[in-house]
Design a protein around this ligand. Structure first.
Ligand code: HEM
Length: 386
């Protein structure tokens, strides 16, 4: 089997029932699997809530036991959600600026040059994590050296080798953000920490706790997702040199190709909501206070919406994928992530002739009845110069 292949474990359940079940720390989740139902549920924030009392419960696996800080704007529902979103939205559109892209391009050229200069490279730690962390310094507008510490944390901010959720690891991040916010309070600059602390929501300054909620989300939401998107791209082009060739010859399909790869990889498998009233989806009864999840990865392979859903069609014309979510909470980091992908693929077409996968270990999510590959724990690759 192709090593870059990401299969669709949800097909049978999606077609037969439209939903699946998984246990998560004794707080079961009903996973919504069809494209239409996923979009409908994401839209219905009154019945399927992101906020609510228990901070961390909408994440699967639940973070209730490792986090007290509410992630903002992620764990806030309308109408309050809009006030926060209006504050952060302009900042997260900065990746559209030329200077931002120039800086990103420098970072990505450097990691690709480094990969080409070595005999072989382990892409997750030595390529994707470095690229992701250095790119984040631009999004936060902080000095590039800050990335060195983030890289030293390893690929999983919350995950250690043997446990899915590790509170001691999560505290490294929370304590770090606390300290950085204290520095910004004492000495404001033009970084995201300072901008948040100076912002007002309905005439009231954001508290340190609110700013911390935005920063935790920015670090956590953009880490594994980007690392998986980058690593899976390298694996895909290593096994499909003709696809890289095609992008070289037809740069005009670059943007559709990126959307297609993001659909196919679906780096975030699912995200949860808390049910506020007794209701049903797919003729399945849901009790108030239970949990559902919208399974973006399954929706993105729905054969009723996507022709050849399990194939990468680089010039796919209509692509209503939900890999970046849908509706109220759609991904704030999508502009940054898309620029990373665009520049990475462009640099690969300019500098890389071919890549060979020498060895790899898959990263498989265990979702009870479903096992889903999201990427790799490690992948050793040889890059060959153009
Ligand atoms: C929301 C996926 C990169 C920050 C989301 C959602 C998805 C998603 C599916 C919706 C969650 C929901 O409805 O509950 C992805 C993927 C990425 C990516 C696939 C990379 C390929 C990033 C990056 C950042 C980021 C780089 C920031 C550094 C956020 C934030 C939200 C969000 C702040 C919440 C927005 C809100 O609640 O209004 N992302 N994400 N993401 N993402 Fe991303």
């Amino acid at each position: 089997m192709e090593k870059s292949k990401i299969s669709d474990p949800f097909k049978k359940a999606r077609l037969e029932k439209g939903f699946g079940k998984m246990n998560d720390q004794n707080d079961p989740v009903t996973m919504i699997l069809g494209h239409k139902d996923v979009r409908k549920s994401a839209h219905n924030w009154k019945t399927f809530q992101s906020g609510g009392e228990e901070v961390g419960r909408i994440v699967v696996p639940s973070e209730v036991h490792i986090r007290d800080t509410r992630q903002i704007p992620f764990e806030v529902d309308p109408p309050e959600h809009k006030g926060y979103r209006d504050i952060v939205e302009p900042w997260f559109k900065r990746p559209l600026e030329a200077k931002y892209q120039e800086n990103l391009s420098q970072i990505i050229n450097n990691v690709v040059d480094e990969a080409l200069s070595k005999e072989t490279i382990e892409v997750v730690e030595e390529f994707a994590l470095k690229l992701q962390s250095r790119a984040l310094t631009i999004l936060l507008n902080v000095p590039p050296e800050k990335a060195d510490l983030w890289i030293s944390w390893g690929t999983h901010v919350f995950r250690s080798e043997d446990t899915a959720l590790d509170s001691s690891k999560a505290n490294i991040l929370y304590d770090y953000i606390d300290a950085e916010l204290d520095k910004a309070i004492a000495n404001p600059g033009n970084d995201l920490y300072s901008v948040l602390l100076a912002s007002e929501n309905n005439g009231t300054k954001l508290t340190k706790e609110e700013a911390k909620g935005v920063m935790i989300l920015t670090f956590a939401g953009g880490r594994d997702t980007v690392i998986n998107a980058v690593t899976n791209s390298i694996a895909y082009f290593a096994e499909h040199p003709q696809a890289l060739e095609r992008l070289r010859d037809e740069p005009e399909i670059m943007n559709t190709a990126i959307e297609e790869l993001i659909r196919y990889f679906s780096p975030l498998t699912q995200m949860g909501r808390v049910v506020t009233e007794d209701t049903q989806v797919c003729e399945h009864a849901l009790k108030a206070q239970s949990r559902i999840s919208m399974c973006w990865a399954s929706a993105n392979r729905d054969e009723r919406v996507f022709e050849k859903a399990n194939e990468v069609v680089l010039d796919r014309k209509v692509n209503p994928h939900v890999a970046f979510g849908f509706g109220t909470h759609n991904c704030l980091g999508a502009t940054h992530a898309r620029q990373i992908m665009r520049i990475l693929l462009t640099v690969l077409t300019q500098k890389v002739k071919s890549m060979e996968i020498l060895d790899c270990e898959e990263n498989i999510e265990n979702l009870d009845e479903f096992k889903r590959k999201v990427g790799f724990d490690s992948i050793q690759v040889k890059f060959n110069k153009l």
